[in-house]
Design a binder for this molecule. Sequence first.
Ligand code: RRO
Length: 606
Amino acid sequence: MTAPFGRRLCEVARNEATGGYRIFSLADRDGPAPQPGQFYMLAAARSWGEGGGRPFLPRALSVAEASPAKQGVRLDFLIEAVGPGTDRLCKLEPGEGVWVTGPLGNSFSTPRQVNPDAAGAILVGGGIGIAPLAIWRRHLVERGIPLRVLLGFRNKEHSGGLDELFCAGGTLCPEVRLATEDGHAGHQGFVTDLLATMLAGDDAASAVVYSCGPPAMLEAVAALCRQQGIPCQLAEESPMACGFGACFGCAVPRPDGSGYMRLCVDGPVVAGPAGPVTAGDPPCLPVAKASSDMVPPTVPPAGRGDGERRLRDEAVEFCGIELGHPVINASGTYDAIAARRVFGDEVLADFPFSAFVSKTITPEPRAGNEPQRIWETPAGMINSIGLPNKGLEGFLAEDLPQLAELPVPLIVSVMATNREDFARLVGAVAERDEVAAIELNVSCPNVHSGLIVGEQPSETEALLEALRPLTEKPLVVKLTPNVAAPEAVAVAAEAGGADAVSLINTLKASAFDPVTRRPALAAGHGGLSGPAVRPIALQQLRAVVAAVEIPAVGMGGIASAADAAEFLAAGASLVAVGTESFRDPRAGSRIANGLETEMYRVQSPV
Ligand code: RRO
């Protein structure tokens, strides 16, 4: 089952305190019923990102219950206010709007699907992690599958949802046993104490364990199951910007140890043994700045450069390629293959971009950087993804045939650390008919030596001189903003034979975790994107456009048609949407649809 493509507006039906947490219910008129274990990306429709720019990203919440409503489905979530996103959701009143994307991710599998001899299910929940187990319990009860439920809480104040989700008529359901660290109810100690005893019994031998809770608890559950040879499924959590495979932020180690997987598309339910998972403010989607404060249409000025670009109609030509409109994606911010897996073929029917730029590929496969990979900042985020990709051969064999099914021209982004490897990439990619153009990423801030070429005009020119003879296909150079004069690099790229430049890549940035006081990202630093960088991107674009004759693709924090219009006014031939797609999977279409109107409006100076 695929999710509806894009985000939709739902209404808060209920938001009530329950033992330290809140039961938060939404009326989802147009959504399908979720499967147990699935999650949604949620963001308040109003005042999201105001007063300091956070929350900026939507938050991922597992569904605790779903019931048929007069129209559509009513969704229940359990929320704890642990950061700006959950704080905001906790304050919403019934009737207020929430942007919703989902249901997302995979779901629990019934014991027989996991183990044909299974006698029953053992559900193990901790704290707010009891949420997905509540809907899973109901599902199992309805199918007559025997089950036992073990739930653990720190204390009475942190036992929210228990009364509502695991009690009937005010009494705890008979199959539920409790463990509390303060001993106020049930066994005093950890829920894993109860699990250890249960798994040692003969009647547990063919059971399947399902668990959700804090990372340490999941690791203990996985270890116990491994010792007893009992299969387990763990609903994990990881910081997540998009929920549909675009941001590459929610990486967790694969259970078999072979690199990382994205929890949003390969989880959140993972077969044990569990890898380490990262806790934190359960992730998230805010609303783009409304563009309705613009004054009525008038005829735009003609020409190129500051405030002088004319957009006659939606179609544009870029390096000899006809495009339906001027909005493409920024490399690495939209995985069209994953999006199709999540949302189905509607992605093809209403593709958000007029050309698709792949995530950067390298000669050899790369696992990407260790998590934590993303961090929300005021009006933006820092990423340190580290170029995970299948390598040239893997890309050509597995990804290219799927990308060739997209209804738009394909631009393949490549990166190497030396000219020979760049040449290998360009040579191999250029000979494929499916590829319309090649983007040379000389500006990744997150890999060793990723920036060396793009920071130096002479290196950039020499690289282009080496690559130019290899293909007649357009070569687009992705510029770094992390230099004093990006226009000097653009001039060098043009001199070397580049057909176009694109800018900006992300700005080198850091953040510190307020709790640990250590760098928030495992790599120590990363690249900043989102509306926070927009004025910098516009200034660099102006400087580059003034310095070169070749066209420029402008990007950096574009969240609305009005923003895109600014980039076109500054001289961009195309605009690219990046981080905004994390918040709205159809942001590209929204911006393209609004763009023509924007271009014919006089921009208000205030
Ligand atoms: O994968 C990344 O970490 C990454 C890349 Br290749 C890039 O070009 N820009 C960025 O912000 N992140």
